[in-house]
Design a protein around this ligand. Structure first.
Ligand code: GLY
Ligand code: MN
Ligand code: MN
Length: 492
C-alpha cells in the first residue's frame, strides 16, 4: 500500500514538474513574432509583373505613330528612357527599331557565356531578348558595330537619344565615312513627354511601390521609440521594402530632431530623443522600376508637442487645400500657390512673417515647390510648362501656373516648413542682396522670440497623387496623415 502511495506521489510530482517546465519554456518565448514572421497587413497582396510584352509593343507603336522615323538607334547609355522604350533593364543593351522592316525590333545584348554569368550573374541573353522582350531579332552586343552601317543604309530620318553619346558618335562617323545624306534627330524629348502620362500598367507599378512604402510607414509607427538611431528606423523601413521583394527607389531620408529640417539628410546616424519629431522621406521602387516618394513626420514618443502640433496642422491644412487643385482643369502650379497662400497666412498669424508683401520674408520660410512627377525616376522626366531652373521666381508668383493637369499624370504633393536652428543668423547671407541691413535686423529682432519656440521642428507631408478623369486619387492615403491618426497608430 505504502509503496503504491509512494509511486502515485512520485508520478504526480513528475507530472507537476513537467507541466511547470512546459509553462516556463512557453513563457520564455516571444509570443507573436518568430524570425521571418511578418503580419499579413505588411505584405503587398497583389501580383504585379516586372514586364509586359504587349504593353511595351503598344507603347512603341504609339510613340512611332507621330515620329516619322526611318530608324531609331538607342542604347542603355540613354538612361531610363531605354528601359521605357524596351523594358530591358540590363546595364548593357542596344535597340534598333526600323518601322516597316521585316524585323522591325532588334536587340543587341550581352550573350549568355559561362564566365560572364559565373562572374556577373544571370543575363537574359539573345534567347531572353526574343522570348521575354519580344525582339524580332537578337544579336550579341559585340556584333553591333559591324552591323550598324548596313542597318543605317538608305535611312533618311535617324533618331538617337540626347544622352547616348557613343551611339550618336558612331552614327555620325558612319554617315561621314559613307557620305550618306541623313538627318539626325533626338528622341529624348519625345520619350520624356510620353512618360508624363502613365498607362494602366505603369499605374499598377506605382500602386505597388506606393502601397509597400505606405506599409513601411505603418510599420514604423508600431516600432519607433526614443533611444533608437535613425539608421535603425531606416533598417525597419527597408526591411519592409525587401520583404515585399522591392528595393529603395532613392536613399531613404530619416531625419530626427534638428535633422528633420535638412531637406536631403541621408546620414541617418543620430540617436533619437524623447520629444523629437522624425521626418521619413522614403520610396520603394516597383519590380518594373517605378519609384514611390512618400514623406511622413511623426513624434518619436507618440505625442506631438503643442509647437509641433501647430506647425503640423498648418502644413496639413496646406496639403489638404492644395490637393483639391490637383485635378483636370487646374494647372501644374495651382496646388503650389494654394499651399503657399495657406502657409504664408498661417506664419503671418503666428507673427513669423510681419509683412506678407515682402518676397524675401516669405521666401525665408518657403524652401521648395510642392510637386513633381514620379515614375521611372523619383523626379520624373517631363515638361512642367514653366522654367524649372527658375524655381525661385515661380514659387511665390501665382500668375505663373505651368501646364494643364491631365488624367494619367502622377505627382507628389509635398508642402513643408522647416525651422532650422540658427537660420535667422544666416539671413544676411540669404537676402543681403534684396534688403538693407536695417530691414533684415528689424525682421530678426521682431520674429526671433517666436522663431525660437519652433527651432528644430521640420515637417513635410508628401503624398503621391494620381490624376483621374474627374479628380484625383491619393495613392498614399493609407499612411496615417492627421495628428489623430498618427497618435492613435502609435498607442501601444
Ligand atoms: N525625396 C525627394 C523629394 O521628395 O523630392
Ligand atoms: Mn520625397
Ligand atoms: Mn518628392
Amino acid at each position: 500500500m505504502n509503496r503504491n502511495f509512494f509511486i502515485l506521489v512520485l508520478g504526480l510530482g513528475i507530472l507537476v514538474l513537467g507541466l511547470a517546465f512546459l509553462i516556463f519554456t512557453k513563457t520564455m518565448q516571444t509570443p507573436s513574432c518568430q524570425p521571418g514572421e511578418l503580419p499579413e497587413k505588411f505584405i503587398h497582396q497583389h501580383e504585379v509583373s516586372d514586364f509586359d510584352k504587349e504593353v511595351f509593343e503598344k507603347r512603341r507603336e504609339v510613340i512611332l505613330e507621330n515620329l516619322d522615323a526611318d530608324i531609331i538607334v538607342m542604347s542603355a547609355g540613354a538612361g531610363v528612357d531605354f528601359r521605357y522604350f524596351t523594358g530591358f533593364d540590363e546595364r548593357r543593351g542596344i535597340a534598333v527599331f526600323i518601322p516597316g522592316d521585316e524585323k522591325p525590333f532588334r536587340l543587341f545584348v550581352t550573350p549568355w557565356e559561362v564566365y560572364t554569368v559565373m562572374w556577373t550573374g544571370e543575363v537574359y541573353g539573345t534567347e531572353g531578348a526574343l522570348e521575354k522582350f519580344g525582339a524580332d531579332a537578337a544579336h550579341p552586343i559585340g556584333d553591333f558595330d559591324e552591323m550598324l552601317p548596313e542597318l543605317l543604309h538608305g535611312k533618311e530620318r535617324i533618331f538617337v537619344h540626347g544622352n547616348d553619346n557613343r551611339i550618336r558618335n558612331e552614327v555620325d562617323r558612319i554617315l561621314q565615312a559613307t557620305g550618306q545624306q541623313a538627318g539626325i534627330h533626338d528622341i529624348q524629348p519625345v520619350l520624356e513627354e510620353h512618360r508624363v502620362i502613365k498607362d494602366e500598367w505603369e499605374i499598377a507599378q506605382l500602386r505597388q511601390a506606393v502601397d509597400v512604402t505606405v506599409k513601411a510607414h505603418q510599420y514604423v509607427l508600431r516600432t519607433v521609440e526614443p533611444g533608437q538611431a535613425e539608421y535603425e528606423v531606416q533598417a525597419e523601413i527597408e526591411y519592409i521594402f525587401r520583404r515585399n521583394g522591392l528595393t529603395p527607389g532613392f536613399s531613404s531620408i530619416v531625419g530626427s530632431g534638428p535633422n528633420s529640417c535638412l531637406l536631403h539628410h541621408t546620414r541617418n546616424d543620430r540617436t533619437m530623443k524623447d520629444g523629437d519629431l522624425l521626418l521619413m522621406d522614403i520610396g520603394a521602387a516597383s519590380l518594373g522600376g517605378y519609384s514611390a516618394d512618400v514623406t511622413r513626420t511623426i513624434p518619436v514618443n507618440g505625442t506631438f508637442s503643442p509647437e509641433q502640433r501647430e506647425i503640423y496642422e498648418l502644413v496639413l491644412k496646406a496639403s489638404d487645400a492644395a490637393m483639391e487643385k490637383m485635378q483636370p482643369g487646374y494647372h501644374m502650379l495651382d496646388c503650389n500657390h494654394k499651399a503657399m497662400e495657406i502657409m504664408v497666412e498661417g506664419l503671418h498669424q503666428m507673427g513669423l512673417i510681419p509683412d506678407t508683401t515682402s518676397w524675401w520674408q516669405k521666401r525665408f520660410y518657403i524652401q521648395h515647390r510642392v510637386n513633381h512627377y514620379i515614375g521611372l525616376e523619383t523626379h520624373d522626366a517631363g515638361d512642367y510648362g514653366f522654367d524649372t531652373d527658375k524655381r525661385d521666381e515661380h514659387i511665390l508668383t501665382p500668375e505663373i501656373r505651368g501646364r494643364e493637369i491631365l488624367p494619367g499624370m502622377v505627382m507628389t504633393l509635398e508642402p513643408g516648413l522647416y525651422f532650422m536652428e540658427n537660420l535667422l543668423d544666416g539671413i544676411h547671407e540669404m537676402f543681403g542682396h534684396l534688403a538693407t541691413e536695417e530691414e533684415l535686423n528689424a525682421f530678426v529682432e521682431e520674429v526671433r522670440p517666436v522663431y525660437e519656440k519652433y527651432e528644430g521642428i521640420g515637417v513635410r507631408i508628401e503624398d503621391d497623387i494620381l490624376i483621374t478623369e474627374n479628380g484625383y486619387e491619393n495613392l498614399s492615403a493609407g499612411a496615417p496623415r492627421t495628428i489623430r491618426e498618427i497618435e492613435a497608430a502609435m498607442k501601444r
